[in-house]
Write a protein that binds this ligand. Structure first.
Ligand code: CMX
Length: 136
């Protein structure tokens, strides 16, 4: 299962229009992509910090995962994403280890990456995403 690195940290925000300028002005980071992931009911904005990214998440639907999260817990860290090699095998291994897996097989996430989520009830309260590491 060992991840190669932290691919990104997902942060739920109420408004990308407010959060993007904050990350740009205060941290001097460049927002290099804004993308709507309709299936997940979110609009995302990405910043690079070394090899890791910050993914800001604005909900497009109060019933979506980020909409429900903000309603319950407010803005804040929503998930951590590890890059792994051979994602399909890693998702199977997680299930075999007794981890509750949200995505049993890889699916397409933001930036066209293959991803799969592990349930926060199985991971000490942290929603955890595994992303395919495409590097050789
Ligand atoms: N981190 C930690 N706990 C979370 C959580 C999160 N991000 N989201 C929900 N929970 C907790 C809730 O607090 C709740 O806990 P309690 O039972 O103790 O109150 C429990 O999980 C159930 O929460 P819920 O609001 O009823 O939500 P659902 O069960 O309908 O869904 C989850 C929860 C994690 C299965 C769902 O949000 C999911 O499938 N997430 C994966 C997909 C996703 O998050 N997509 C958005 C990001 C997409 C992207 O990065 O591009």
């Amino acid at each position: 299962m060992k991840p190669t690195h932290i691919e990104h940290i997902g942060i739920a925000v109420k408004s990308l229009d407010e959060a993007i300028p904050f990350y740009e002005k205060v941290f001097g980071l460049e927002c290099y992509a804004v993308e709507e992931v309709a299936e997940q009911k979110v609009k995302t904005a990405f910043f690079k910090v070394g090899q890791t990214k910050i993914e800001l998440l604005e909900s497009t639907d109060p019933e979506g995962p980020v909409g429900k999260f903000i309603e319950k817990k407010g803005e804040g860290v929503h998930h951590i994403a590890f890059a792994v090699k051979d994602l399909a095998t890693k998702l199977t291994a997680a299930q075999e280890a007794g981890v509750q897996v949200i995505d049993k097989t890889p699916r397409k996430g933001a930036e066209g990456l293959n991803i799969g989520f592990l349930h926060p009830k199985s991971t000490f309260g942290v929603l955890t995403e595994l992303c395919e590491d495409p590097s050789k």
